[in-house]
Design a protein around this ligand. Structure first.
Ligand code: FES
Length: 576
């Protein structure tokens, strides 16, 4: 890529540049004096509460850059909300949008001759995409998070005892409970009105907050920037902590430019190890696997699913956040945010303290004055490493076996299986909708293993999240008694006995295609295996007769058809 410098305009094109600037509403003489062209890359939309505050933040950043003598240029990208797409025929657009956003931000940055970049993230995939163009372009830069939604409360059980910690998860599980006749219409209406009083991303350790925590832990976001509430309520201005982060981020950017610190000086291998360690300790979403692998590829860091498995296997769960724990994300913010988690991990020798961050200081320097959880007696949001919520190996495990020759992910969210393994008969479905119909008509019963196949990155295409299935199982009280395995993926909201990301996927001839109704499936985290309980000879015979998978129809030329042609497996992060 050519070097993008402001001096580009000091040649014979200066006159044309002045024409263009004036017509676009800039003062050419002011713009000519700029000390940096800063791309303000943002995925703004008024379509959903996850990213509807992004334009306000982007405008603040432009003003703050201007006050420092720079020129902030807005670059847009589509922000897809999982809440609006999950369970619909457009669900595949969610993961597809990650790479599309990264491409938009790269394109705008180079086309406008940017020297630096601040990315405003938000909903799940925008959080993943935020680090990709920074790693790809290596332009001076960092990430600003628009914030998460504040929690709510209701006065009836089982939710009243959760206090002011209700999130979107409580509403969707309440909705399934209503369908199963376990709560009343009025109670569901109360949940609907109370769980999310303002805007922001889904309010606990779901995928958006997993990715904001990763951005902070990897060193690309200012400390305590991953956990703030987006606002005070839906009618208010953005939260003061967001305004302060935006202002401080511009100051930090100028510090990075002065010191010559670029994203690839920060996103080194040890920083990726720190990010995965922190996300595991916080109980992050399974989606972190896809996104960390994709970001590492952009940063030129050799980092594999095996590296992530190895790191995850030694990290205890210490953050008491939903979906595995009691609290919403802003409760973590109130006790000090992600730095409190990282301090505990650093003291336990689980983090590299000598890596650089966007403060211009090392991680250890950033955490010097942060207290340890054991020295904060009035809180139970972050547990000490010596007394964790769950021992290592009980959150997300990477398995393989006859059903997943490459890999798959088991999410137990801190639970231990009662018999050490889960063994049950398969009920096989070729789509999320067919599985949903079976759960609703109660033909899925305790002990079953629900198999949903041909919903992977190629099959769907776009690897949709099977979240509505997991919500139905939880809402019907089957979360501990029914396992769900799929070549699709899960939302951070999903919890239960869940195996996703099965590779190779059905659409690429994976053995999940050979499963028949009634086959016994064994999920064993102790041996890290996912197996079909048939002989090797029987499996070979079935594989030899495997019919070509029926791919869902997508219009030729659509982004989905291009994605299907280019995407790699989940084992490699679904990179293009
Ligand atoms: Fe946007 Fe959850 S749907 S963060």
């Amino acid at each position: 890529m050519p070097d993008k410098s402001v001096s580009y305009w000091s040649d014979s094109k200066q006159g044309l540049r002045a024409v263009e600037l004036r017509a676009a509403g800039f003062d050419p003489s002011e713009a000519g004096q700029t000390n940096a062209v800063v791309t303000i890359a943002n995925a703004y939309t008024n379509a959903h509460r996850c990213n509807n505050r992004v334009r306000r933040i982007a405008d603040l950043l432009v003003d703050a850059v201007s006050a420092r003598g720079g020129q902030g240029l807005l670059v847009g990208a589509p922000a897809v909300s999982d809440a609006l797409t999950q369970g619909t025929e457009n669900a595949g657009y969610s993961l597809v949008s990650r790479d599309l956003m990264a491409d938009c931000m790269e394109t705008g940055h180079y086309a406008h001759h940017g020297n630096a970049m601040i990315v405003v993230s938000g909903c799940d995939k925008t959080g993943a995409a935020a680090l990709m163009p920074l790693a790809r372009t290596n332009a001076f830069g960092l990430v600003v998070y628009p914030g998460t939604s504040s929690p709510g409360r209701v006065d009836f059980e089982p939710w009243a005892s959760k206090g002011n910690n209700l999130t979107i998860m409580d509403y969707v599980e309440g909705s399934a409970a209503r369908e199963a006749g376990r709560i009343s219409d009025d109670e569901l209406l109360s949940l609907q009105r109370c769980v999310m009083p303002g805007s922001g991303t889904c309010g606990a350790m779901f995928t958006a907050n997993t990715m904001s925590s990763i951005a902070e832990a990897i060193g690309m976001m200012l400390p305590r920037g991953a956990s703030h509430p987006a606002d005070y309520d839906a009618a208010s201005d953005i939260h003061d902590d967001v305004k302060n982060q935006a202002q401080a981020s511009v100051e930090a950017l100028y510090g990075l430019m002065q010191k010559g610190i670029r994203p690839r000086d920060i996103m080194v291998r040890e920083a990726f190890e720190n990010a995965v360690t922190t996300a595991y300790a916080m109980g992050g979403s399974t989606n972190l696997y896809l996104h960390v692998l994709a970001i590492a590829r952009e940063a030129g860091v050799a980092f594999t699913i095996e590296d992530m498995r190895r790191i995850g296997a030694r990290v205890p769960l210490i953050a008491n956040l939903q979906p595995h724990g009691a609290y919403a994300m802003v409760s973590l913010h109130d006790v000090g945010g992600v730095p409190v988690v990282m301090k505990a991990l650093l003291e336990a020798g689980l983090l590299h303290g000598d890596v650089m961050t966007v403060t211009g200081k090392t991680l250890a320097e950033n955490l010097a004055d942060v207290p340890l959880p054991e020295d904060m007696p009035d809180q139970d949001v972050v547990f000490p490493v010596a007394r964790p919520l769950a021992a290592p190996g009980n959150h997300i495990s990477v398995l393989s076996g006859s059903l997943a020759p490459e890999s798959c992910l088991l999410k137990l969210s801190g639970k231990t299986l009662e018999h050490g393994e889960f063994r049950g008969p398969a009920k096989v479905f070729e789509s999320e909708q067919a599985a949903m119909a079976a759960i609703r008509d109660e033909s899925v019963v305790a002990g079953d293993v629900v198999v949903v196949r041909n919903v992977g990155p190629v099959g769907a295409p776009g690897m949709p999240e099977m979240v509505h299935l997991t919500i139905q199982l939880q809402g019907r009280g089957l979360g501990k008694d029914v396992a769900l395995i799929t070549d699709g993926r899960f939302s951070g909201v999903s919890h239960g006995i869940l195996v996703g990301h099965i590779c190779p996927e059905g659409a690429r001839g994976g053995p999940i295609g050979a499963v028949r109704n009634g086959d016994t499936i064994i999920i064993d985290p102790r041996t890290r295996r996912l197996d079909l309980d048939i002989s090797a000879e029987e499996m070979a015979a079935r594989m030899a007769q495997l019919p070509a998978p029926a791919l869902s129809a997508v219009p030729e030329g659509s982004v989905l058809s291009k994605y299907r042609r280019l995407v790699s497996s989940a084992h490699y992060g679904c990179v293009l």
